[in-house]
Design a protein around this ligand. Structure first.
Ligand code: FAD
Length: 334
């Protein structure tokens, strides 16, 4: 691979399977002083896909500068090389300029796969890049795998979570997937990426000027222990019982959508397809049935302990520790 030497804003010529490299390109997104944690999760996913498949891995970082904290994270995220697009004008997120940089890199490297974190910026960039490349985007994937022929199999809930769709892009390239934060466990630090300064020439003037845009926080530090309450909760007043239990075991209290719909919890604490994806070391669910939509948000939990009175509840089949018991009797022990 060579450094990208063509000017930014050149013509984007779509390419197909035959013109693509066996390369997985990951968009590494800046956040605050470092990288957004989704970047590390996607770098880990790229490494796992590449292992034994003949694919190489690379990253692209677009930002105002690479301060030392971010540089260390970029270097040890486990990708083989990272292309740096650094310019003061990349500091605020301006879709037109950032898409230009992403397309510049894609034109030069011709990756077979492009992975983008489903942050607000990533959700904006992926389709903006896909249009001139005449390819598609599979948004909010919950699983990524390579089939025997090296095609990216992109799994995501469809029809409101009623089924899991496995989507492939047979011919157009790159195969673009966005993934929400928390779906893939962040890989351990691995290797030292070669940093390559992209040569773009002067940046074109964007048609829109942005003064300052602040990216929303990825949610602060993720909790190691989460206690999730579900529709089995009888009254709003009962929340106190489970709050006490959560406090005693050092867990963060969250919920399924049924309690948000009852107005007992804010939406920010909802787990699932239309809520948050979480990756705690231990998730304890109490009175949660285990709908497909709820389960879409807990794929990355390391251990799941589920309490439910109904032996047929789907969550008991998925749990590492299934407990057929009454949540009120359990909470009374704390
Ligand atoms: C487009 C779309 C998106 C959605 N997104 C989400 C989402 O992000 N997150 C989400 O959670 N849902 C989501 N849903 C809703 C989802 O389909 C379910 O309705 C919801 O997950 C049900 O929540 P629940 O399992 O907590 O409640 P319920 O279905 O009411 O289940 C309650 C469970 O508690 C058990 N129980 C009752 N009493 C006790 C007791 N005393 N002790 C022990 N167990 C008891 C019952 O056996 C039952 O299994 C979405 C739906 C749609 C259509």
């Amino acid at each position: 691979m060579t450094a990208c030497g063509a000017p930014l804003g050149g013509q984007t010529i779509p390419y197909t399977k035959s013109g693509a490299q066996k390369l997985i390109l990951v968009l590494l997104q800046p956040h605050a002083e470092g990288l957004h944690p989704i970047s590390r999760e996607l770098a880990g996913a790229a490494r796992r896909l590449a292992a034994g498949s003949g694919f190489k891995t690379a990253g692209i970082f677009i930002g105002g500068e690479l301060i030392s904290a971010a540089k260390a994270q970029v270097q040890d995220c486990g990708l083989e090389e990272v292309y740096l697009y650094l310019d003061e004008r990349f500091r605020p997120f301006i879709p037109e300029l950032h898409t230009g940089a992403l397309l510049h890199c894609v034109r030069a490297l011709r990756p077979g796969i492009l992975l983008v974190g489903a942050t607000p910026e990533g959700r904006c960039l992926a389709p903006l890049a896909a249009v001139p490349l005449e390819t598609g985007v599979t948004a909010d994937c919950t699983e990524l795998a390579l089939d025997a022929g090296g095609l990216l199999v992109q799994t995501r809930p469809a029809f409101g979570g009623g089924l899991m769709a496995r989507i492939i892009t047979p011919d157009a390239r790159p195969q673009i997937a966005t993934v929400r934060y928390g779906i893939f466990r962040g890989g351990e630090a691995a290797g030292t990426a070669r940093l390559i300064q992209a040569e773009t020439g002067p940046l074109p003037l964007p048609r829109i000027q942005a003064e300052a845009l602040t990216a929303p926080s990825p949610g602060g530090k993720e909790a190691d222990y989460v206690l999730a309450l579900g529709g089995g909760l009888r009254t709003r007043e009962d929340i106190g019982l489970f709050k006490k239990m959560a406090h005693t075991i050092g867990a963060e209290l969250m919920c399924s959508r049924s309690l948000v719909e009852r107005g007992w919890f804010p939406q920010s604490l909802q787990i699932g397809l239309s809520g948050r994806c979480i990756a705690p070391r231990l998730l304890i669910t109490m009175g949660v049935s285990g709908s497909v939509q709820f389960m879409a948000g807990v794929q990355a939990a390391r251990k799941l302990c589920a309490l439910n009175t109904d032996p047929g509840a789907p969550i008991l089949r998925a749990a590492d520790i299934p407990l057929i018991c009454d949540i009120y009797q359990t909470a009374a022990l704390f």
